[in-house]
Each structure stands twice: as C-alpha cells, then as structure tokens.
Design a binder for this molecule. Structure first.
Ligand code: MTE
Length: 301
C-alpha cells in the first residue's frame, strides 16, 4: 500500500520512543510542577505529574449526545451499544471502506500516554490514555495526494443518545484537523483510560485525543473518518463561529470572547490548589509550534 503522505520530519528528528514519552510526561507535568523543586532526588515533573483519578475522569464530562450537564454522560452513556462498531474511512484514501473496530485495532500498537487535557471552559485534567497514533491508521489506509484535511463524525443514534433527540447541536458531532495535525505523533486514537476499556462517557469505543487543542476537538465515539481537500466543518464553529474557530489551539494569549484563557482550574486539585497558568499549546509547544509558523493565531483561533 502506498504511503504517500509526505512528512517534513527527517529521520533525525524522530526521538526514540522512551525519550519521547518521558519528555511528554515532563511537558504534561510542567504546569503543576512550578515551584515544587526536587523531591526525593527525582526530577520534579515525574513526581508532580499527577493524573486525575479514574473517578474524576469518568464523572465530569462533556458529551452532549447524552445531555449538557457534566454528570449527564456518566448517568446516561451506559445506554450506548458499542459492540458491534465500525468506522467508515472514505474520501482521498487508497483503501476506503467500512472497517470493524477489530480491523482498525489490528496491528496497532496500543500504548499509554499521559496527557494534559485543557477544556475551552478553562478547567483541566491529566489523563492516562491508552491508544495508538492516528498517523498509523492513516498510513495503513493510504492517504492520497491532494488530501489536506481529516474530518471526523460521531455516531448518530438518538434511541441510545438522548441528547440527540433535542436540537442542542446539529448532529452528527463533527470535527476536523489539518493533515499535518492529524499525522503529528501526539495525536491519538484512544481506546482506553488507566489501562481499562474507555468508558462510554469518555467516547467509547474509540475517540480522538489532540492534546495541544481545546478538549472539544477531541471527538468521541467516532464512526467516520474522511480525507478531504477542503477544510471540514466542525460542530462548535458551525454553532458559534465568533467563539470557536477551526484550529482551537490552546493559547493563553487569545481569550475566548466571554472569558480569559490565561489560567485554568485543575479538576480535583483539592481545597488549597488554586488556578494555574495555561501553557501555550497546553505545554506541547516544542512538538507542535512549527506547524503554525507564520500564522496569526488571533485570527486562526
Ligand atoms: N465529542 C462528542 N461526540 N460530543 C461532545 O459533546 N464534547 C467535547 C469533546 N468531544 C463532545 C465530544 C468537549 S467540549 C470536551 S471538553 C471533551 O470531549 C470532553 O472529554 P472527556 O469527557 O473525556 O473529558
């Protein structure tokens, strides 16, 4: 199968996997680590990268298909049937088709990645995802010349998704990435949390995770992936374009029109923990800033 996606990375740019993981954990811990110094002789980031508890990660969610409240997904998502599941992969690919979840997972390396998660509502968590790189899947289906974007869609099944019986959003929930963003090694397709099957409220059986973007870009319960030459529509931009753009990179310098993005409230931080500063690209600047060189990020928000 031809892998015609051309990466600008050379082999020398590719960091060995263990270094890469460690570095990412350090990045993930950077915000929380400020000012704590060394503990027990170990690097501070390793001690301070505190993932949220499974309980926190699975009870405080946004998944409008199950309601607009933070506890609605945990209360309602058990109604969703996630087996059988298939994903249609179409558009500018060599091997379009409807792939069962087993087909999609076959041959993928599932690993754990601890990522900072920053919601556009200015709260944050640290989540240990299990998943594989989206690039591996795209390379397998063969991205054709001319493809510039990847579009994603969530399942539409109002019988099992009570939120879809209301017109809160235009269903299906949609998201999109530029092809280079989709191929970035940080971009994950997640199938688990804490080594367990991903709970329905977090986007079972498979969801996107793009750690340098606001959480709404990380679309859940994906049933369709389309390679295209046009910038695809994305749900929040369709609804309120003035507030939500296509890129939605975490950026403390560009405020949401109704609130500041300079700081964030860590969920589960305890009584005495305050807000913390939001980091450019959510702390993943070294890995992703090169993709936006020359772009005015206050225009492309
Ligand atoms: N995906 C779908 N299909 N529907 C949604 O409502 N909400 C988004 C994103 N993906 C959403 C979605 C938003 S706003 C956020 S903050 C994250 O999911 C929340 O992910 P989490 O519940 O796993 O923390």
């Amino acid at each position: 199968m031809a892998h015609r996606y051309r990466s600008s990375l050379t082999w020398d740019d590719v960091t060995p996997e263990h270094m890469f993981l460690n570095r990412r954990q350090i990045m993930a811990g950077a915000g929380a680590a400020l000012g704590t110094g060394l503990i027990g002789g170990k690097a501070q980031a390793q001690d301070t990268l505190e993932p949220n508890t499974f309980e926190e990660i699975t009870t405080y969610n946004n998944f409008y298909e199950f309601g607009t409240g933070k506890s609605d997904p945990a209360a309602n998502a058990h109604m969703l049937t996630t087996d059988p599941w298939s994903i249609e992969i179409d558009g500018l690919v060599d091997n379009p088709g409807t792939y069962s979840l087993a087909d999609v997972l076959d041959g993928m390396t599932i690993e754990e990645r601890i990522y900072r998660f920053r919601c556009v509502e200015a709260w944050s968590m640290v989540i240990p995802w299990n998943g594989f790189e989206l690039a591996d899947l795209l390379n397998r289906v063969g991205v054709q010349d001319g493809a510039q974007y990847v579009a994603f869609e969530t399942l539409v099944r109002p019988e099992e998704m009570p939120g879809q019986r209301r017109n809160i959003l235009e269903w299906p929930y949609r998201e999109g990435l530029r092809l280079d963003e989709a191929m970035n090694p940080l971009t994950l397709m997640a199938t688990g949390i804490y080594g367990r099957t991903i709970p329905n409220q977090n986007g079972a059986p498979i969801r996107l995770v793009v750690p340098w973007k606001y959480g709404f870009k990380s679309i859940k319960s994906i049933v369709r992936i389309t390679l295209t030459d046009e910038q695809p529509p994305n749900t929040w931009n369709m609804l309120i374009p003035r507030e939500y753009g296509f890129y939605s990179n975490v950026n403390p310098n560009v405020d949401h029109p109704r609130w500041s993005q300079a700081t964030e409230r860590p969920i589960g931080g305890g009584l005495f923990s305050g807000r913390q500063e939001t980091l450019m690209f959510n702390g993943y600047e070294d890995e992703v800033a090169h993709m936006y060189e020359g772009m005015d990020l206050s225009v492309h928000y």
